[in-house]
Ligand binder design. Structure first.
Ligand SMILES: [Zn+2]
Length: 196
């Protein structure tokens, strides 16, 4: 144990705390004061490296990055909202389609003459004129698109072909493809006879 091995006491450097000469906060808190412009000027001149740390292009970019994360979250929220809206719309459309009814009405004009009116095909994306043409050819009879009493378009086919039309729809024949048979009704429209 020689005296020469005595540990040299290391002088402890006091922690240098820098305070802004303008606002008296530590420089990282300058932005919370009310003199940021003058603070920046002071830091820029007195402590260029700190200026770079807090206010350089890169530092600002990082800050913007944080901001854009928030913006992104907001955007995502809005996008989700929009998506939900679109989904609801598509859902409503599908529901409407599912609820859409095709009516094949067998109409008795007189004892020997019938016509068949088909209503509601357009809800399933069927071109009524094409469908009328298709049916006219199929049954070698007249078929046209006319407005019914409610002012809605329907196909009127000459003759009683209600069951045949139902079958064609069931088989998805030609332009009649895509109509769920469960959505198709055949109804009778007989001449009034005073009760069923
Ligand atoms: Zn300051």
């Amino acid at each position: 144990m020689s005296s020469s091995e005595q540990p040299q006491p290391q002088p402890v450097q006091p922690v240098q705390v820098l305070y802004c000469q303008v606002c008296t906060y530590p420089p990282e808190y300058c932005e919370f004061g009310s003199s940021i412009t003058r603070c920046k000027e002071w830091i820029h001149d007195a402590h260029p490296s700190l200026y770079d740390k807090y206010y350089s292009e890169e530092a600002l970019q990082n800050k913007l990055g944080t901001l854009s994360l928030e913006a992104q979250a907001k955007l995502e929220k809005e996008t989700a909202k929009k998506e939900a809206k679109a989904e609801a719309k598509a859902d409503a459309l599908l529901k409407k389609k599912m609820a859409s009814q095709v009516t094949i009405k067998r109409i008795e004009r007189n004892k020997r003459k019938h016509v068949t009116a088909i209503h509601g095909l357009e809800a399933f994306g069927i071109d009524l004129k094409k469908a009328a043409k298709f049916l006219a050819q199929k049954f070698a009879t007249g078929a046209s698109v006319t407005k019914n009493a409610q002012g809605l378009d329907e196909i009127v086919v000459q003759g009683d072909v209600a069951d045949e039309v139902l079958e064609l729809i069931e088989n998805g024949a030609g332009v009649l493809k895509g109509v769920p048979i469960a959505n198709v009704d055949v109804v009778e429209d007989k001449k009034k006879k005073g009760g069923d």
